[in-house]
Design a protein around this ligand. Structure first.
Ligand code: CMC
Length: 434
């Protein structure tokens, strides 16, 4: 058997042989170079064959060694470690190190890494003025996106993306400062004095304190600190999703990582991506009671709207992250009290999973279906949910960006189009137009 594909162009009768290459798994990731199709022409002045793939449903735009997803089987791995193993035994900062560096850190590497991240948590006092320029009820995700882009102006050397030491410095800054900016945006909105970073706490403990500290003696609830840590692990990377491909697309023109992360965060904000968790809670509130679930499902099936938190481009099975989140409910509700939305969510899931519409289309709960319920029980307002997604995903964006910059195949992202407009027209002065 030869690892190639033979293509016959029925327009000309010509045969073409195109090489097949593989990734780690032969059964998952066989591909042909799209450029090989360009030699398939119907005549000499023909541009050559392209593929048409709106939404990149079947186009690999990079090679990556970071995250593996098998959507049919519901498998997610970071650097070869299963998400279940990492979520139950690891912590967010060591998983972040793993995603960025390729291996889990040893003790001294972890200490140094934690030190680096912890000591970049402060933001320049002027950055607070960006946040304060917004109206009090601005969406915190908008404040975050704009402020991340604004950070670029504080670190002019960040544009030197060829310098690995400088690159690493920006990676540390972004991972360290995002919780501070997010917490400040939250406190500005609710009219509370900022709570500055406490470097003696864990990444999530410090974040909770910056958000919720009301008294001098505030200490984060250890259960909620741990749960948030697990949520951050689950959201840290997810290979070539919408925001990550934006990160790579913007990064390919070689700007500094602040503007690329701002662009990726903007992509995440959309309701079909990281904004879905907020929509799920709004949906569950609108349904209000278990008895209203069947009527709601009927409207979804009639095409009135989508069931938020359901379906995924890649997962055609239960999203493994959603499964882990279901397992966290007991701990969370022990600390916070049971969420009344849970009963509606569980019933919605049960009814949807038995319904032919969802079964035939392989629509299962995704990570956003349950994360919103947990965030809400923990006391986060709904518009903070996408921010809680953006903080850990910054690790994935930066790892993918660093991988891109080291990739010998790096070229500026510049897809093709199939032109369907007018052919040839001649300008007519406005006085003569009908
Ligand atoms: N509710 C009802 N029907 C749906 C849903 C849904 N949530 N998702 C997909 N479908 C239907 C869709 O109408 C289509 O049906 P038909 O073949 O009859 O036209 C079929 O399933 C395939 O849908 P698609 O739009 O081609 O699927 P896609 O891969 O382009 O979209 C998705 C993936 C996540 C955007 C979509 O499932 C969706 O809109 N889900 C709701 C939003 C959501 O929960 N997003 C979070 C995604 S997970 C976290 C993340 O990565 O950001």
């Amino acid at each position: 058997m030869s690892d190639s594909l033979t293509i016959i162009d029925n327009r000309t009768g010509k045969k073409y042989e195109v090489p097949i290459s593989y990734g780690t798994y032969n059964t998952y990731g066989a591909s042909i170079p799209a450029s090989a199709l360009r030699s398939i022409k119907s005549s000499d002045d023909d541009f050559g064959m392209m593929t048409y793939d709106p939404g990149y449903t079947n186009t690999a735009h990079c090679k990556s060694a970071i995250t593996f997803v098998d959507g049919e089987k519901g498998i997610l791995k970071y650097r070869g470690y299963s998400i279940e193993d990492l979520a139950t035994r690891g912590n967010f900062l060591e998983v972040a190190y793993l995603i960025l560096h390729g291996d889990l850190p040893n003790r001294s590497q972890l200490d140094e890494w934690e030190h680096e991240i912890t000591h970049h948590t402060l933001i320049h006092e002027s950055i607070k003025k960006f946040i304060e320029g917004f109206h009090y009820d601005a969406h915190p995700m908008i404040m975050l996106i704009s402020t991340i882009a604004g950070l670029s102006s504080f670190y002019p050397m960040a544009g030197d993306t060829a310098d690995q030491v400088r690159r690493t410095r920006q990676i540390h800054r972004l991972i360290a400062k995002l919780p501070t900016i997010s917490a400040f945006a939250y406190r500005y909105r609710v009219g509370l004095r900022y709570s500055y970073p406490d470097n003696d706490l864990s990444y999530t403990g410090n974040f909770l304190k910056m958000l919720f500290k009301m008294t001098r003696s505030y200490t984060p609830d250890p259960i909620l600190e741990k749960v948030l840590d697990v949520l951050f692990i689950l959201h840290a990377d997810h290979e070539q999703n919408c925001s990550t491909s934006v990160m790579r697309g913007v990064g390919s023109s070689l700007p500094d990582p602040y503007v690329s992360v701002a662009a990726a965060a903007a992509a995440l904000y959309g309701p079909l991506h990281g904004g879905a968790n907020e929509r799920v809670v709004r949906m569950l509130r609108e349904i209000g009671d278990k008895k209203n679930v069947p009527a709601y499902i009927k409207r979804v099936k009639a095409g009135e709207f989508r069931l938020m938190g359901f379906g995924h481009r890649v997962y055609k099975n239960y999203d493994p992250r959603a499964k882990i989140l279901r397992g966290l409910f007991e701990q969370v509700f022990e600390a916070t009290g049971r969420s009344p939305l849970l009963d509606v969510a569980v019933d919605l899931e049960r009814i949807a999973l038995e319904d032919d519409y969802f079964v035939e289309r392989k629509l299962y709960p995704n990570v956003d279906f349950y994360s919103g319920i947990i965030y809400q029980a923990m006391g986060f307002p709904m518009d903070m949910f996408p921010v809680l997604f953006a903080i850990p995903r910054t690790v994935g964006w930066l790892a993918q960006w660093a991988e891109l910059l080291e990739d010998p195949d790096l070229r500026i992202a510049r897809p093709r189009q199939i032109y369907t407009g007018e052919n040839e027209r001649t300008y007519i002065p406005v006085e003569s137009r009908e």
